[in-house]
Design a protein around this ligand. Structure first.
Ligand code: 2P0
Length: 351
């Protein structure tokens, strides 16, 4: 009788917010970036993707499927297919080496996934999404791969997803090889190395973003002169400074690089032709609010950063929670759709 057992694995992956931004691909097919990047992984309790992967001979003839937030989603895209293919190849190699293993690689996959935050609103949903997808299938297939090896696969789903394979402070090394085998993520420091770090996400708008990251960055690479300077000097300098700041738990240095790198990224967006604007008036008010908090305190208390959307993420230390959260609720209360997670406390444990 055919084995109709349903094999199942469930996992979660957290959102990561870059403090040195990924923007630009040197190889769009393999998702190889034009520069290295560095992010902080947020707490899973606040922003995460929950994914269950199942496979069974009982699904024979149905093909692979993906349910995202309760709706059927296309699995035929090149990125999803690249992840499925890489994971199946690894499972097939295990099965070839050990004939006692159940033959899972050839079975249809069913993926059910759910975000607890707005999808595609510039909140790195694709990062958590592909990291969770890859880990759930890797767990289902009982693959022995390390997180860095899995980050190579997640990267092919969405560049920033390679960083969500880890908790804490995570660097995506751009690599040099044409096949992408050295373009992977590694943990720079665990969350526990800097336990006072906090982030709050200000949901300025939960609407779907206007220009997708993939097409936005391709337009920037093709048209912005400023971008060339960014990848040649600005980002390498910011990566070195950021790693030093994290190692020293130097919040003022961490904050300055975070804000400068966000500004540099949005400047290259404005230098794209035609220009791309992700930040809006409420975003700019958030910048001013951070500047005002820091000026009043006479020291660096908070740092803003913005991704490919208007939502602000503000980093601060636990001891300054009252002043940061108090200021934001007073200044921006009327203009924002809501707070996601209030305080998104700390950074996630290793995923
Ligand atoms: C980042 N962003 O480093 C930067 C900052 C947006 C601004 O990574 O085309 O969704 O899937 O590789 O990863 C968003 O880009 O793009 C992103 P793809 P992705 O977090």
């Amino acid at each position: 009788m055919a084995d109709t057992k349903v094999y199942r694995a469930t996992t979660t992956a957290p959102v990561n917010i870059a403090v040195v931004k990924y923007w630009g691909k040197r190889d769009p097919k393999l998702n190889l970036p034009t520069n290295s990047s560095l992010s902080v992984t947020l707490a899973q309790s606040d922003l995460r993707t929950l994914t269950t992967a199942t496979c069974s001979a009982a699904y024979a003839g149905q093909g692979d499927s993906l349910l995202l937030n309760g709706e059927a989603s296309d699995v035929s895209g090149a990125r999803t297919q690249a992840c499925f293919r890489a994971l199946r190849e690894r499972r097939a190699a295990l099965e070839a080496a050990d004939s006692s293993l159940p033959k899972l690689a050839s079975l249809p996959l069913r993926i059910v996934t759910e975000n607890n935050f707005p999808t595609a609103a510039g909140l790195a949903s694709s990062a958590a999404g592909f990291a969770a997808l890859v880990r759930a299938i890797a767990d289902l297939y009982e693959l022995p791969d390390t997180p860095s090896q899995l980050s190579l696969i997640a990267r092919q789903g969405s560049g920033s997803a390679c960083r969500s394979v880890f908790g804490g402070y995570v660097a995506w090394r751009m690599g040099e090889k044409e096949d992408g085998s050295d373009s992977l993520a590694e943990q720079v420091a665990p969350a526990s190395a800097w336990p006072e770090m906090r982030a709050v996400v200000l949901v300025v708008s939960a609407a779907k973003k206007g220009v997708s990251s993939t097409s936005g960055m391709q337009q920037t690479v093709a048209t912005s002169g400023l971008f060339q300077e960014r990848i040649r000097t600005v980002v390498p300098d910011n990566m070195a400074k950021m790693e030093k700041a994290i190692a020293a738990q130097d919040f003022a240095a961490f904050a300055e690089v975070t804000m400068r790198d966000s500004n540099s990224f949005h400047a290259t967006c404005a230098d794209t032709y035609p220009p791309i604007f992700y930040m809006n008036d409420v975003s700019r008010a958030a910048v001013r609010a951070v500047e005002s908090i820091n000026a009043k305190a006479g020291r660096t208390v908070a740092a803003y950063t913005f991704d490919a959307g208007p939502n602000a993420v503000v980093y601060y230390l636990e001891k300054d929670a009252d002043v940061v959260l108090g200021t934001f609720s007073n200044i921006l209360g009327a203009g924002v759709d809501g707070w996601k997670g209030g305080v998104a406390p700390g950074t996630a444990q290793a995923a």
